[in-house]
Ligand binder design. Structure first.
Ligand code: SF4
Length: 85
């Protein structure tokens, strides 16, 4: 039996265009729900930035890589997640 979250994700997947569906293949399961909500405009801008930073880091060692991001010319740099205050 599918969970409510899986059903919601499937609904979002069905509404993706072909380019987005192709991209989805590269999103690891762990990050898929947030990515789906972000790409569908169903999340906050902060969460969308989080998803973009996760993707930018290749979906690996995400917290460390985003926190340590040195690409200060990126417009998202000040808004990236996982920063230590
Ligand atoms: S802030 Fe860093 S990790 Fe986030 S998108 Fe920009 S370059 Fe990538």
């Amino acid at each position: 039996m599918r969970s409510i979250q899986q059903a919601k994700n499937q609904e979002l997947i069905n509404a993706l265009n072909q380019d987005q569906k192709r991209q989805l293949q590269f999103v690891p399961t762990k990050y898929r729900s947030l990515w789906l909500r972000a790409i569908s405009g169903k999340t906050s801008k902060t969460q969308a930035i989080k998803s973009k930073c996760q993707e930018c880091c290749g979906w690996e060692e995400v917290i460390e890589r985003v926190r340590g991001c040195s690409i200060t010319q990126c417009p998202l740099w000040h808004f990236r997640p996982y920063q230590v205050s």
